[in-house]
Ligand binder design. Structure first.
Ligand SMILES: Nc1ncnc2c1ncn2[C@@H]1O[C@H](COP(=O)(O)OP(=O)(O)OP(=O)(O)O)[C@@H](O)[C@H]1O
Ligand SMILES: [Mg+2]
Length: 300
């Protein structure tokens, strides 16, 4: 049964459907995401947890339009970000999304204040407005006494909090955080997570936070578990390996996929706006086919 995606998109900040990502390394293919479906409500604080290599960072990059999926859609306010060209992706990232990475995204030679002002400068905010907002953000993070410090003069947790300020500089509606507390001790982790929670409530920023740590995940209002490129507890179509189409137009559809799609020996091909739809023969068509087959059999 087809769902009303338009209606779902209206009720959610983000809608992800059938998201799949295959990386090619030479002749080898790694399937990082195998068909992911989920939604994120406006102002929600969502955690994504899962073992190393399960596809968390890949997913975050696709949500932030830093990379293109192999298949599937990411709707942000109803717009498909997977279709944005390079220029529009940059605009989307600059206006709508803030990123915080585990490795930090600060410019080493600049003070905390200048680091936070930088993205605003790039977006054309006036000097004074940028200065005021940067100071407010740093204060919110408890860094009012560190604004002139450069990254190497700050602790890991302080650097991460500055990085969060950088990500929030242009007032993004969505904050994507990847293992921001990965290398912090328990106390600093709590401080950073409390700061994220405050941002979520005070600025109404939608937050998606990727983590290994179950305690960190608990700060969110909902936890999504991902394993081997799939969300746990959901029914998924396993795409199997991507197959080549040979010179005669033949391709291999894995057995699991055929079973889930109800496809047996004969299929109907339909060209749709999304691509080629390979569907099962409709019941009636199958009936018709077997009737005409019977007729033929009696004639001979
Ligand atoms: N650029 C790339 N080229 C090829 N393979 C990649 C690339 N990026 C990720 N992968 C592979 O895709 C899979 C998912 O990687 P991803 O980085 O999304 O995992 P992760 O859940 O973020 O792991 P971790 O918790 O260790 O950060 C892994 O098998 C990884 O080796
Ligand atoms: Mg990762």
């Amino acid at each position: 049964m087809s769902e009303n995606l338009e209606q779902i998109a209206k009720e959610n900040k983000i809608v992800v459907r059938d998201l799949m990502k295959v990386y090619r390394r030479g002749t080898k293919e790694v399937i990082a995401l195998r068909g992911i479906d989920f939604e994120v409500k406006p102002r929600e604080f969502l955690s994504i947890v899962g073992p190393s290599g399960s596809g968390k960072s890949t997913l975050l990059k696709l949500l932030g339009a830093l990379d293109k999926p192999t298949a599937g859609v990411v709707l942000y306010d109803g717009h498909n970000v997977t279709l944005l060209d390079d220029f529009r992706s940059i605009i989307y990232r600059r206006r709508q999304v803030g990123f915080v990475w585990q490795t930090g995204n600060l410019v080493p030679g600049l003070s905390a204040l200048k680091n936070v002002k930088l993205p605003m400068k790039l977006a054309g905010t006036s000097g004074q407005a940028a200065d005021e907002r940067a100071r407010t953000l740093l204060e919110t993070m408890g860094l009012e006494n560190r604004i002139q410090h450069k990254p190497h003069q700050l602790s890991g947790g302080e650097n991460q909090r500055v990085a969060i300020c950088v990500a929030l500089a242009n007032k993004p509606e969505l904050l994507l955080a990847d293992e921001v507390t990965g290398e912090l001790d328990t106390e600093t982790t709590e401080m950073v997570m409390e700061a994220l929670k405050r941002i979520n409530t005070d600025f109404e920023t939608t937050i998606i936070n990727v983590t290994h740590n179950p305690r960190v995940a608990q700060y969110a209002s909902r936890v999504l578990r991902i394993r081997d490129g799939l969300i746990e507890g959901q029914r998924h179509v396993l795409y199997g390996d991507i197959t080549e189409i040979d010179a005669k137009g033949r391709m291999v559809i894995p057995e699991t996929v055929r079973r889930l799609a109800g496809i047996e020996k004969r299929v109907v091909l339909k060209v749709t706006a999304q691509g080629l739809l390979v569907g099962p023969l409709e019941y009636e068509e199958q009936e018709q086919h077997s009737r005409s087959q019977d007729d033929q059999d009696t004639e001979t």
